[in-house]
Write a protein that binds this ligand. Sequence first.
Ligand code: NI
Length: 198
Amino acid sequence: MGLPSLALAHSAGDVLVRAGAITVSPDDSSDKFLGEEFKVDNDTQLGLTVGYMVTDNIGVELLAATPFSHNIALPQFGNIAKTRQLPPTLMAQYYFGNKNSMWRPYVGIGLNYTTFFHEKFVDSPARPLLSDIKLKDSWGVAGQVGMDFVFNKNFIVNGSIWWMDIDTKAQFKLDGKHQSVKTHIDPWVYMMSVGYRF
Ligand code: NI
């Protein structure tokens, strides 16, 4: 495009730190419990990614965030439980363009680990029968597309979307009897961020 060759954009050895709003939007499905599937709502937190450019086109990135909080509902009872979770994700990425490109679209594939904590039942018509909930941690693949706009030597603006295969087993008691309900959370994850390049 006749832009001056300033080596402005990402190149081998760069460290990219991005921070912004990240939303986890579950595309959930589960085994039937009392004839219905669990519904898991969205949550938005502060997301942070740290990336390293191995070459001008290949990067690795780790995603972290402040803990997400989700309500778990059954349509006939409304919200019956809630949980918190952290979904650290490690990605291998390919960045299109070259070290002079102001726009660096990228794709990534990687591994997600999600840990659930502070699971608990909340007040609902079903509450008297429910106790002892625990959600199993999840390992799964993650895919990603994103775009960096290289604003200047140090600053970037980023948008990215992940899909994460997050599956858990909800273990709890119904009227004292053990229950195990396999649940796919499988969220789309959206992040808008600003970044700094070292
Ligand atoms: Ni799944």
